[in-house]
Design a protein around this ligand. Sequence first.
Ligand code: NAD
Length: 471
Amino acid sequence: MQRIEHIYINGEFVLPHGEEWFDLHNPSTEDVIGQVRLGDALDAQHAIAAAKAAFPGWSRTTLDERIAALQRLHHAVAAREEELLQAIILEYGAPAVRGRWMATYPADVIAQAIDALQAFDFEEQVGMAKVILTPVGVAGLITPWNSNAGFICNKLATALAAGCTAVIKPSEMSALQTQVLLGALHEAGLPPGVFNIVNGRGDVVGEAIARHRDVAKISFTGSSAVGQHLLRTGADTLKRVTLELGGKSPTVVLDDADFPAIMPLVLQAGFLNSGQACIAGTRILVPRSRLAEFEAVAKAGVSRIQSGDPRDPATDIGPMVSQKQWERVQGYIRIGQEEGARLLVGGEGRPQGLHAGWFVQPTIFTDANNRMRIAREEIFGPVLTIIPYEDDAEAIRIANDTDYGLSALVLGKDLERCGSIARQIDSGRVLINTLAHEPRAPFGGFKRSGLGREMGKWGMNAYLEPKTLIA
Ligand code: NAD
């Protein structure tokens, strides 16, 4: 039973003013495995004050100094990979393969931020003007539980690369993972106050950061509802706001696709991160003329997917992060049936043989239409919806008939046709016959999936303000 009592302000581990203790669970067993003491609004204010005091010094560091500091961060985080992996499996329940990715990505994304910094032009001559990109100030970084260390490292490394200082509010449900990461960040020996971490509730610590006049920028990853709230709140102090929000991503299967060959991609995209992924391909658009054939291949594919103990290397899908999330997903499985979609595989309750833990059966609905709630709302669990279509035009119309636009996947043999369809889908990212990630390209969403972009030079720009000098 681990008790995490300290938060991190001005280069030191300090006791928070907040006195509430929050239980941490192992989602595979439902056992309480630890407790974290939560900070409050006063703690947030102290952290913001430290970041504000550190800003003049940090914003004037040279490129070489910032690269050296980020390299120290990178080494320290990479050295904690095993420890982080254990925390990820214990506290989040990520299956081994996914967990390994989640444990290596935090260091990788810092290296990617270093690359972006090295390639970045902070000055540009435009006619008679010199345009200088200057850091915006203190950045408030608010992250969710579904890839805690990765989101923190991406936002923090980019903010620091741009010359900003930071106050981080991680998800309160990820405190063990945050604690491992924090050990590494502390070891990197950055100047005090350059980054600060306050565990706490969203509506307490997050809210205090979002309202504070000394926070110039918010970078948030989480639900669309909280993102919209932060945008409204930030308006009072005209904060710069980057939002990475939810998704209901389409996987468009074209009528020339080889179903057995593409099925691993369809299922990986859909069940990514045990279904708790903003980019998960949860709406599968299938040509009606080949629906029965697709259903048979999908059913066979799901029968090979193992759901259960995240420590078992054969496990593909782990538990939901919390009981609340489990109940929410169960609710959607009920809704799908009530709406008249046909259950192809899976259903309510735990997978066979599992009697504890927040496990959900990998579930696919078919014969659904795009008006159903299971086709419109983010479920955030391993529940996929097959929607039949008549022709390419209808597939594109359905793909775009959504409030979201974060990611999409197009699968087919004719690459020219795939490319043409990809260009017509309204989404921040469209993948064709692959699930590959390109860290130098922008990541972010259209519509309710977000505002602004992370990664590469686009990510850097989000922490910078252009200043025009004319002599
Ligand atoms: P959430 O929005 O409930 O919480 C995210 C973070 O915001 C947490 O740290 C939470 O404490 C904080 N928060 C909550 N209320 C707040 C408030 N009033 N003010 C300030 N901060 C507040 O989301 P979640 O349940 O933790 O994560 C799941 C959601 O995140 C899903 O909708 C998913 O799609 C989205 N997500 C998006 C991306 C992306 O890159 N687009 C990536 C991962 C997750």
